[in-house]
Write a protein that binds this ligand. Structure first.
Ligand code: PEP
Ligand code: MG
Length: 755
């Protein structure tokens, strides 16, 4: 049995497409069961019907013709029960439905099993036998195993759009949704523009040359042209991007340098290769090395090298990059959208980006965030090459891409986008007003920053301070640790821009999904590994330089606050405070005019929730990292699209933990802020205010929206809502309750916006 099973599984997996996988499966299963019929019915979700997709034993003419409603016949029964149905005399069953076209009246017994993927019924596999036969339990288990295998194949075909190729199943332009990960928030709607490589490096043949000099010359010429083009791009962004983002271009230029790849290619030419294959050989080697690295940030560098290789090849082939006519509101899609491609598109034509490869750490995603372009990365199933000109919705909040959306969702997202634009306009008037409820309760609204671009946007929106400056971001876009002076300069920009308002600088929070190119960390389980304060305490030389830089940057100002990430126990707090004091004394001794800044601890590990009082006794303030706290409390990877629906900030356990934290910290007289994404969602922001949070720190994009909500909702109502939701035992009900509460007070549009 096991050998047969393995043979079928292998045949299904090796089939070139879904149709062939299903056809080979029905034939092999029929043979394995030594039975008369095996058929597969596929569920069409748009029509809510099961279509006969393949059969051995029934009339093949019926394929694609015969269909059953969602609860019709024994097939419908299998789907509804979501478990196998095994019947000795099928025609005697009340659910039995006779289908003349299939010629099935001859077959008496029936065994059907559902094909289920992630809780969704995709179809049903049926075996039938003439006369009476009782399929036994091992046969049932066999069929269930086959179905589990087929489920993956069908789900993949569905998500890649391959099902659209089966004419009786889905219309060509039907709406489909693809999931990725948020690269930059916001909503974009527009036509897809497919970005593909300029030239094909893989296609370059190996050729040898005798005359080396002219080849070197040709290459140097091409290299210089690409360097000049990158410099030009850099200059064209002179006023749009800040220094740090522009440093990305320097990384590109350094890769091309004669001491780096540029030089290696010349060496290869000198071995007798013509320029194009020398280029291909060196670039391929670099790409392979980068891609083999465990560190996600370094893996991303493979894309940069490949992109630069293609640019030089295009030059060598005199194949100038085609000047595309970009339509209004273009959404760039492709296997890998790189930073330089993104930079070449006129900003006013660019609405969104979807990249099959890439992650939240990609240079491209960092730049997209700085430019405020809604972006989805890691949309692994996106059949991008088939989508030129299709209308897309990019939901950069949820990491979702809708292809050929139906009129309702188009309307919904159009409204959302228009609302976002309108809101920003309407909110202008709120820019300088305090976040104060009509019954006089004030909450400080702060922003989360990382790059200088965030600072400018935040000031523009009237932020009252920075609740979280993620210092790892300027570290991430360099190729070595920034020196003390470089750090001082970066931190000074932030502190001066906001003075006298507070700027909460979090010490380096790397590890987990945030890696530095020059400090790779290879771990089995990085989210539970060496990250945040754990690294800083193991590397006092890095930690002390960072703290000293912060203190020096704050000299003459009074707005620096230092925040410690990923605190697990009180000893970590004590040790970190010891280093901060040491740095303070050193810097003071150097003659800097500084004061000891307030020091805070982040609560983002469940264990720390139960020690908030002990932690609070040792610091000046508490800040809750609800992104990680939710991830760890619910054991749901915050970056994994497959479990995204389980990542619920309104889960009662999360809300209870948040209440405990604020109550316990207040008992020690310490202020509490929260800087995870839920602080920027108007619905949860209201609940956090009711819980007693003193300040909410969010992305600048959400600031005015949250302020608007708070200025219209009394603290008394917020407390009633919080009290009400304490009775509910699941996140869905809590979310709907909050939606309805917002609708009732006329803020319904607000809660839907930006979601
Ligand atoms: C958090 O975990 O909520 C947080 C604010 O930190 P980060 O998102 O940078 O991990
Ligand atoms: Mg965190």
């Amino acid at each position: 049995m096991l050998t047969t099973l393995r043979r079928i599984v292998q045949a299904v997996n090796n089939a070139p497409n879904l149709m062939q996988a299903v056809e080979v499966m029905v034939s092999l299963v029929k043979e394995a069961f030594a039975t008369d019929v095996c058929s597969v019915y596929l569920f069409d979700h748009t029509e809510s019907r099961y279509f006969l997709m393949a059969t051995e034993g029934l009339n093949k003419e019926a394929v694609g013709q015969v269909s059953l409603g969602v609860s019709e016949g024994l097939v419908g029964l299998v789907g509804l029960r979501e478990e196998p149905v095994n019947i000795e005399i099928a025609s005697a069953h009340p659910k039995y439905r006779y289908l003349a076209e299939t010629g099935e009246e001859k077959f008496g017994s029936f065994l059907g099993a559902p094909i289920i993927h992630h809780g969704r019924v995709l179809g049903v596999v049926v075996v039938q036998q003439g006369g009476k036969r009782c399929f036994d339990q091992s046969e049932e288990a066999f069929l269930v195993t086959i179905c589990a295998q087929l489920a993956g194949v069908i789900a993949h075909a569905e998500s890649t759009g391959a099902l659209a190729g089966i004419p009786y199943l889905y219309g060509k332009d039907r709406p489909v949704e693809f999931r990725g990960v948020s690269g930059a928030t916001g909503v974009a709607i527009g036509p897809a523009v497919v970005i593909y490589p300029l030239a094909d490096l893989d296609a370059v043949p190996d050729r040898k040359v005798d005359d080396i000099e002219p080849e070197v010359e040709v290459f140097e010429h091409a290299l210089a042209a690409v360097q000049a083009a990158i410099n030009k791009l850099r200059d064209s962004y002179e006023h749009t991007l800040q220094r740090e983002e522009k440093d990305l271009f320097d990384v590109y230029l350094r890769i091309l340098d004669k001491n780096s790849i540029g030089g290696e290619i010349i060496d290869k030419i000198k071995e007798g290769y013509w320029a194009q294959s020398a280029l291909r050989i060196v670039v391929e080697q670099y790409v392979k090395n980068f891609e083999a690295m465990d560190d996600p940030y370094l893996r991303e560098r493979a894309a940069d090298v490949r992109d630069l290789g293609l640019r030089i090849l295009a030059q060598l082939q005199q194949n100038k990059p085609p000047q595309l006519e970009y339509p209004e509101r273009s959404i760039l899609i492709g296997e890998e959208i790189t930073t330089s491609v993104l930079m070449e598109i006129p900003k006013h034509k660019l609405a969104g980006i979807v990249s099959v490869k890439g992650s939240i750490n990609s240079h491209m995603a960092i730049v997209a965030r700085a430019l405020g372009v809604p972006t989805v990365v890691g949309a692994v199933d996106l059949p991008f090459s088939q989508l030129e000109n299709c209308t897309l919705i990019v939901d950069g909040y949820q990491g979702l891409v809708s292809v050929n959306p139906n009129p309702e969702s188009l309307k919904h997202y159009e409204a959302l986008r228009a609302e976002e634009e309108q809101l920003v306009e309407d909110m202008e008037g709120y820019r300088d007003l305090p976040a104060e409820t009509p019954d006089g309760h004030k909450v400080a609204l702060w922003v989360n920053t990382g790059l200088m671009a965030d600072v400018l946007r935040s000031l523009d929106r009237g932020a009252e301070g920075v609740g979280l400056y993620r210092t790892e971001i300027p570290f991430m876009i360099r190729d070595r640790f920034p020196s003390e002076q470089e750090q001082i300069d970066i931190y000074q920009e932030q502190l001066q821009a906001f003075a006298p308002h507070p700027v909460t600088m979090r010490t380096l929070d790397i590890g987990g999904d945030k890696a530095l190119p020059y400090f790779p960390i290879a771990e089995e389980n990085p989210f539970l590994g060496w990250r945040g304060i754990r690294i800083s305490l193991d590397h006092p030389e890095i930690f002390l330089v960072q703290v000293r830089s912060m203190l020096k940057a704050g000299a003459g100002l009074t707005n620096l606050r230092i925040l410690l990430p990923m605190i697990t126990n009180v000893l970590e707090v004590e040790e970190a405070c010891y280093f901060i004091h040491r740095a303070y004394l050193e810097v003071k001794e150097e003659g800097f005019d500084i004061e000891m800044p307030p020091v805070g601890a982040m609560i983002e590990i469940p264990g720390a929730v139960y020690q908030v009082r002990e932690i609070a006794q040792r610091v000046d303030f508490i800040s809750v990292g609800s992104n990680d706290l939710t991830q760890y409390l619910l054991a749901v990877d915050r970056n994994n699209p497959r479990v995204a629906d389980l990542y619920q900030s309104c889960h009662p356990a999360v809300l209870q933990a948040l209440q405990i934290i604020v109550d316990e910290a207040h008992k020690e007289g310490k202020p509490v802020s929260i800087c995870g994404e839920m602080a920027g969602d108007a619905r949860t922001a209201v609940l956090l205010m009711a819980m007693g949070y003193d300040s909410l720190s969010m992305s600048a994009a959400n600031l005015l929206r949250v302020k608007w909500a708070l200025r219209q909702i009394n603290m008394e109502s917020a407390k009633t809502w919080l009290n009400d939701i304490k009775q509910f035992d699941n996140a869905e009900v809590i979310s709907s309750y909050m939606d309805m509460a917002f609708e009732r007070v006329g803020l319904g549009g607000l809660t839907r916006a930006g979601k």
